[in-house]
Design a protein around this ligand. Structure first.
Ligand code: RB5
Length: 357
């Protein structure tokens, strides 16, 4: 195991103790400085250590500044790094078991050098627990992949979570699956339409005049990606019945695996509409990104993607290809398997909607 270490002047004495302790445990140490107690700026060493961890040069990192706080703030700017300030063994243990800290930060003005060993041992000897903590870490990873302009919204609403739980179950019938997909899509509309513009109006109630607000004629379009996206359309139209519906058909070229268009019919005024592309499973993100490109090529400007279950890989792909597009997902899962299925996911949404398997 190799650990990169670094410090500023305020962590210099502590670093000596840390390097000695790590070497006494047979750990290979990559010392990124500083090498004297002269004044230094902690971001320099923090970014060097974080870079070593993110690139794989080191398996993990240890940083020391006065408090451990500045070093962790700087290290966390590097993608893939999970740095945290742990100035006692319990924080270090929980930092590993819950947060899978890959950079441990300590404060040379907070702890004494002879306290470092217990903190390091608590961190090194603990295992990440995964499970619910992995779900949370994946949310951080998704946010990291989305540090561009559009938002990534994962629905935490209990009703959505409850219904997602049922459609994941392989024993859920086609009929129930289809109904629940519509219901979840409908629930998602509340968040998706949160920023629709309103205009003020006045109506007469049986009792008096009332100031009311109504949606100010915004044009909307829903565009399901065939065929699984069809399963979400009616749930959305129940709440926004005046939306126009376009359709996109894509297949995967067996030779190149690239998505190829076989059908595309969009409302003619697509450029004036807020567009919601529907694709229940955001797996690799290849077809979602291609569908968004297609809509943009036909003049679409304000595009959002609605899916039921997203994998971090799919979010990353869409964010990289279309940083302006907002992604709404009812759930964020762990990863893709070797066949490109979302894990744990719910299987093939198209087959489960249409009973074709
Ligand atoms: C340096 O004086 C000190 O501010 C720094 O080591 C650190 O504590 C910052 O978080």
């Amino acid at each position: 195991m190799k650990i990169a270490v670094g410090c500023d002047h305020a962590g210099f004495v502590l670093k000596d103790a840390v390097v000695g302790f790590l070497r006494s445990r047979g750990i290979d140490v990559a010392d990124k400085g500083v090498f004297s107690a002269e004044k230094a700026d902690y971001p320099d060493q923090a970014l060097a250590v974080a870079g070593a961890v993110a690139s794989g040069e080191a398996d993990a990192g240890v940083l020391m500044c006065g408090t451990g706080i500045g070093a962790s703030i700087a290290a966390n700017k590097v993608k893939g790094v999970r740095a945290g300030t742990c100035n006692d063994p319990e924080a270090a243990r929980l930092g590993k078991t819950h947060n899978n800290l890959n950079v441990l930060c300590m404060g040379g003005r907070v702890i004494k050098p002879d306290e470092a060993g217990a903190i390091l041992s608590a961190w090194l000897d603990s295992e990440f627990e995964g499970g619910r903590h992995l779900v949370r870490i994946n949310k951080i990873a998704a946010a990291e992949a989305s540090d561009l302009s559009g938002r990534v919204v994962i629905f935490n609403h209990p009703l959505v979570q409850h219904k997602i739980g049922i459609i994941r179950d392989k024993n859920t019938s086609v009929k129930e699956f289809r109904e629940l997909v519509q219901e979840i899509a409908g629930l998602m509309v509340y968040e998706v339409t949160r920023n629709l513009p309103l205009t003020d109006a006045v109506v007469e109630t049986p009792v008096a005049s009332a100031a009311v607000r109504s949606i100010s004629g915004k044009k909307l379009a829903v565009v399901p990606v065939l065929r699984a996206g069809l399963g979400m359309v009616d749930g959305i139209l129940q709440l926004i019945p005046n939306a126009k519906v376009g359709h996109i058909g894509l297949y995967r070229d067996p030779a190149t695996l690239a998505p190829v268009e076989y059908y595309c019919k969009l409302p003619p005024d697509i450029g004036e509409r807020d567009i919601f592309i529907l694709d229940p499973m955001l797996a690799t993100g290849g077809s979602a990104a291609a569908a968004i490109s297609l809509v943009k090529q036909r003049g679409g400007r304000k595009v959002s993607l609605l899916c039921l279950i997203a994998a971090p890989e799919g979010i990353k792909k869409v964010r990289e290809s279309h940083p302006d597009v907002e992604i709404f997902a009812a759930a964020l899962d762990d990863r893709l398997n070797d066949h490109g299925y979302i894990v744990p996911g719910l299987g093939d949404a198209g087959d489960r909607l249409f009973g074709t398997k």
